[in-house]
Design a protein around this ligand. Structure first.
Ligand SMILES: [Zn+2]
Ligand SMILES: [Zn+2]
Length: 235
């Protein structure tokens, strides 16, 4: 379902981010608030994206509901035939929407996916275009170093959002994930469990700093009817 990032795209992203840091020049104290602000915005983007994807309705009547509710083995020939009949009929974007909904009944599948699969879609849809655009901007006009540092942190935090989400659904994680959880730079599985229990709050999955804001946006969007419960499951 999710696609792995092709390695040339990964390499290009790393080079492009390094070029942006080179344009940023010598670090100074302003890089610290810029980085923390960017870490918040990355969390906010993870939350708003997750909220939208959870509630955006899938195309009805083409078999996504049958896939979603399939009771037998997901390795069975019957399920694979169903999947191969349905998925080619939806856009790559709608596959991502389906992945978000599918994550609720089967949360641990995300943790089992490889790193490049977890971050692939975000790299191709967001990180690489954003970083390359900033490269071009730096070639055209002078951009403040602290702003570039913040942009790099935002792109890194955004790129890793689904990886961080995956770490919340597996026990074995690198030491740095545990260290960042202890100092509050990443959220804990206990905090994320609130989302899975309710599906109505705490959509942000990086560090959760933005969840108070995302929850307010969610309640407002529900009251206005922009989001509807019926979007949570394909049919
Ligand atoms: Zn969700
Ligand atoms: Zn989750």
């Amino acid at each position: 379902m999710m696609k792995a990032a092709p390695w040339p795209a990964m390499l290009l992203l790393v080079l492009s981010l390094a070029l942006n840091l080179w344009f940023a020049g010598v670090p100074d104290w302003r890089w610290i608030p810029a980085a923390l602000g960017a870490w918040y915005v990355a969390d906010l983007m993870s939350g708003l994206t997750h909220m939208y994807m959870d509630y955006r309705p899938c195309t009805p009547g083409i078999g996504l509901g049958a896939m979603f509710h399939y009771a037998g083995s997901r390795e069975s020939a019957e399920y694979l035939a169903l999947r191969d009949g349905v998925l080619p009929r939806i856009s790559p974007f709608e596959r991502l929407v389906y992945d978000f909904k599918n994550h609720h009944p089967r949360p641990n599948a995300l943790g089992r996916r490889s790193f490049l699969v977890q971050i692939g879609s975000t790299i191709l849809f967001f990180s690489l275009p954003a970083s390359l655009l900033i490269n071009l901007l730096c070639l055209a006009v002078p951009v403040p170093g602290w702003l570039l540092a913040g942009a790099v942190v935002l792109i890194v935090g955004g790129s890793l959002a689904q990886y961080f989400h995956g770490t919340l659904h597996r026990p074995d994680n690198p030491w740095i994930v545990h260290a960042m959880r202890r100092v509050g730079l990443l959220m804990t599985p206990q905090a994320h469990a609130i989302h899975h229990e309710t599906l109505r709050r705490d959509f942000a999955t990086n560090n959760g700093w933005s969840n108070p804001l995302v929850n307010t946006v969610f309640r407002f969007a529900m009251r206005r009817g922009w989001l509807n419960e019926s979007g949570l499951e394909p049919n």
